[in-house]
Design a binder for this molecule. Structure first.
Ligand code: COA
Length: 378
């Protein structure tokens, strides 16, 4: 192919690399489906465990199937002592770096590590989904000089997350919020971290490698980091009266409003609509309605941008919700990561089932045939 014939697809925008049955984003209409089910139905009617089962197995579970899956998941939440020691030894690091390192380390203790069969990959995906909240909460306590609180297998993953973080049995209303948040983050097309996980899987590396990659890619502010940035933005805005000016000044100086915009959605991200109502209620319950009001004023100030397809995304309301639940801000991305483990697993399974090495090309634009000079003569 001649140089002129090469067509660049920077950012792989609008490039389709394969087929999937895991999730579908209708960006024009603002709809999201997991395995063909509308997120609006799942967010209102299903717990995270039910959705994990759906994403990993392709079907909603029966009552009995869910019971058995729950017991598998909840008994897999414990992590081995050497991994806890690793968490202790890097406790000063960012929670996402700790999560990435601990998931990588868990591979050394997983009996299925090298087995890329469907059954083993699903078993590992189930274990990693269960272990991720334990890693995040153990680290959060260890870095504060507190003892980790072992998971309680009788509690859901969402309830355990809050229990292991704060050390007391959580308010069921708070559990419901975290549960829904996990559901809303569970799977989302070929986002950057799922693409990263697929690239790892395409070399026939194992699930631990792929999910370690997924966590690494998720960390950036253009992907999972936005919730934290939205909360800092709300704090900078301070009161609803400042929202419009803040938006104007940020945009006129070439900045971006965090929690807005998306590569695929040209309509409002349906996940943000679920979190919006939850945040309003939570703010009123906690006696801090101002965060919701500030964010609503930002939405109003961004109205002119909706004509260009720039709307609020899932991260826009989630940050304030975590903040009102007293979750430290640097844990926000980790919550996203915990929710996304089932989606990464499902995509790795798909990649393995019809594998092809993901290996695109770069157009070389540097010099050629430069005169080589030996090191002592330079
Ligand atoms: N605020 C203001 N303008 C925005 C914007 C935002 N949050 N997001 C996109 N835009 C504008 C860009 O400035 C660009 O304008 P231009 O065409 O005049 O240059 C246009 O929309 C397209 O942006 P681009 O960065 O090319 O789109 P993308 O598909 O590559 O980026 C995101 C998608 C998510 C990275 C981007 O919207 C963003 O940075 N959002 C903020 C971070 C965020 O919320 N991330 C979480 C995603 S779930």
């Amino acid at each position: 192919m001649s140089d002129d014939e090469i067509k660049l697809h920077r950012g792989l925008r609008e490039v389709y690399i394969d087929r999937t049955t895991s999730s579908f984003i209708d960006g024009k209409e603002g709809k999201l489906y997991y395995r063909g089910y509308n997120i609006d139905d799942l967010a209102v009617n299903c717990g995270f465990e039910e959705v994990i089962y759906l994403i990993m197995n392709g079907e909603l579970p029966t009552v009995q199937e869910l019971e058995q899956f729950n017991s598998e998941l909840h008994s897999s939440m414990f992590i081995p002592d050497p991994v806890i020691d690793i968490i202790r030894s890097i406790k000063h690091a960012h929670p996402m770096d700790v999560l990435r390192t601990a998931i990588s380390a868990l591979s050394a203790f997983d009996e299925d590590v090298d087995d890329n069969s469907l059954e083993a990959t699903l078993r590992k995906g189930t274990r990693l989904t269960a272990q991720a909240p334990t890693i995040v909460t153990y680290h959060a306590r260890i870095r504060e000089g507190k003892d980790p609180i072992p998971p309680d297998p009788s509690l859901s993953l969402a309830a355990n997350f809050l229990y292991m973080l704060f050390g007391e049995k959580p308010d069921p209303r708070d559990v419901a919020l975290i549960d829904k948040d996990f559901v809303l983050h569970a799977e989302h097309g070929l986002n950057a971290s799922s693409f990263g996980a697929r690239v790892a899987a395409s070399t026939q590396a194992d699930l631990h490698c792929a999910i370690t990659t997924g966590v690494a890619v998720l960390k950036g502010p253009s992907h999972g980091g936005a919730a934290e940035s939205v909360m800092s933005m709300s704090q900078d805005i301070g009161s609803e009266d400042n929202a419009e000016n803040y938006v104007k000044e940020t945009l006129s100086s070439g900045g971006r409003i965090m929690g807005f915009g998306h590569r695929v959605y040209r309509a409002v991200d349906p996940r943000s609509l679920h979190l919006q109502d939850d945040l309003k209620e939570l703010g009123e319950r906690k006696g801090e309605p101002k965060w919701y009001s500030i964010l609503q004023r930002v939405v109003e100030a961004m109205k002119p941008y909706s004509r260009r397809g720039i709307h609020q995304n899932v991260d826009f309301f989630s940050g304030a919700m975590y903040f009102l639940l007293n979750i430290p801000e640097d844990l926000f991305i980790s919550i996203f990561a915990v929710g996304r483990v089932p989606g990464w697993t499902a995509q790795v399974v798909e990649q393995f089932e019809n594998n092809i090495l993901l290996r695109p090309r770069l157009k070389y634009v540097g010099e050629l045939d430069r005169k080589f000079v030996k090191i002592n003569d330079r």
